[in-house]
Write a protein that binds this ligand. Structure first.
Ligand SMILES: Nc1nc2c(ncn2[C@@H]2O[C@H](COP(=O)(O)OP(=O)(O)O)[C@@H](O)[C@H]2O)c(=O)[nH]1
Ligand SMILES: [Mg+2]
Length: 372
């Protein structure tokens, strides 16, 4: 269904609102994340902000955010919820999107249940997916707490039915509860299957993002921005292509019009068109007029595409800038490498510097001892 809504001059006419699906087993931190990212994004990040369409929702989320900031977590939710947001950039609404928050148990439903089918459809038609895993459970080797096998199977199935590129953020929650020293090579072993599914699909661009919500918020802006970026980028590219198509068609029409105008001009043209009129053929003068008119129409269409493209171009570049720095899932990368990046990503670099410092001190002591 085509929704034709204009929101001021900056929000483009969207064929359908973008859809983000949030998934993860009960208790991994989805609701906490949702309120935390909403709260942190009120302050803005790289020009981006978020706003709910429903004002009551805004108040509710900010209330939750305030209590999370004070160290009080929200009670568990039990149903699929949908929220409508605007992504804003530079103070203007640029994109509308819907956020589907599944109750954790949906992952465990048998595949013929209504909710399981709804989930499959939601994943297949999503523009961005966020999958949440409790990092503490991951470290403890508790795969059941995250329902990793079920999530991997769901994704594997859904990715075979994809017909548009999507972003997938693998969000590792509660990193505040984990000592950096516990980021061992085996950490991501349970996620190997899921990471491989992402690596092999050329429709999916994936990333790993460690997140903490609480008194200290870490990386709460990134999963949502990553989830939105593929659709924003593909829309920008599509608008650019459409602009170029109309602009080049306008040029061809103008060229055709000039050719016809030449054939219609002068005494030769007068007789040529007279001949055509007698034979009931369209005259060169008329063909020139038609082509000029068509050129004008194409130019207007090109301008309209340009006007839609303009407010999105900078946000798309900015999204690209921020998401490029994330731990992107790439073919050929080892799990060990991802873990090393994870350590560095959330400030683990300091412990790396500390180890390096210790090695240097040890070498100096050894040299001093041996040179005696
Ligand atoms: N320390 C810490 N605890 C968290 C964090 N996020 C969630 N939690 C805890 O996990 C519980 C479940 O979170 P919730 O958001 O309800 O999970 P959901 O079922 O996936 O929506 C919360 O009540 C908190 O106790 C976090 O970032 N840090
Ligand atoms: Mg919840």
């Amino acid at each position: 269904m085509i929704q034709k809504k204009f929101f001021g001059s900056s929000l483009r006419e969207q064929e359908s609102p973008m859809k983000i699906v949030e998934l993860g087993y009960s208790g991994v931190g989805k609701t906490t994340y949702m309120a935390s990212m909403y709260g942190t994004l009120q302050e803005g990040f790289g020009g981006f902000k978020l706003r709910t369409i429903d004002h009551a929702e805004h108040t509710r989320l900010l209330g939750l955010y305030a209590s999370i900031k004070a160290g009080n977590y929200p009670p568990a939710t039990s149903q699929r919820n949908e929220y409508d947001f605007y992504l804003q950039h530079g103070g203007k609404d640029i994109f509308q999107f819907t956020w589907a928050d599944y109750r954790g148990k949906a992952i465990r439903e048998t595949s013929d249940s209504y909710e399981a089918q709804r989930l499959h459809q939601d994943i297949c038609s999503a523009d961005g997916i966020m999958i949440f895993f409790d990092c503490k459970a991951l470290i403890k080797g508790d795969a059941k707490a995250n329902e990793i096998r079920r999530v991997t199977a769901l994704m594997n199935k859904a990715f075979q039915d994809l017909n548009q590129p999507i972003s997938l953020a693998i969000v590792l929650t509660k990193i505040d509860l984990v000592e950096k020293e516990n980021f061992k090579s085996g950490l991501l072993e349970p996620l190997k299957g899921l990471i491989e599914v992402v690596e092999t699909s050329n429709m999916v661009s994936g990333t790993l993002i460690p997140v903490a919500c609480g008194i200290k918020m870490i990386n709460t802006q990134m999963p949502v921005l990553f989830a939105l970026q593929t659709r924003v980028r593909s829309t920008v590219n599509m608008l650019n292509e459409e602009y170029k198509k109309y602009a080049s068609e306008a040029e061809s029409c103008e060229e055709e019009a000039r050719k016809e105008q030449k054939l219609a001009s002068g005494l030769g043209g007068f007789f040529r068109d007279l001949g055509r009129s007698i034979l009931s053929e369209t005259t060169h003068a008329e063909l020139a007029r038609r082509n000029w008119r068509e050129a004008e129409e194409k130019k207007e269409k090109a301008q309209a595409k340009l006007a839609e493209w303009q407010p999105l171009s900078q946000p798309a570049n900015d999204l690209n800038y921020y998401t490029k720095r994330l731990i992107n899932i790439r073919k050929g990368e080892t799990l060990h490498n991802y873990v090393t990046q994870l350590k560095r990503f959330e400030g683990g670099g300091q412990s790396f510097i500390f180890i390096f410092f210790l090695i240097v001190v040890a070498i100096i002591i050894l040299i001093a001892v041996y040179s005696k």
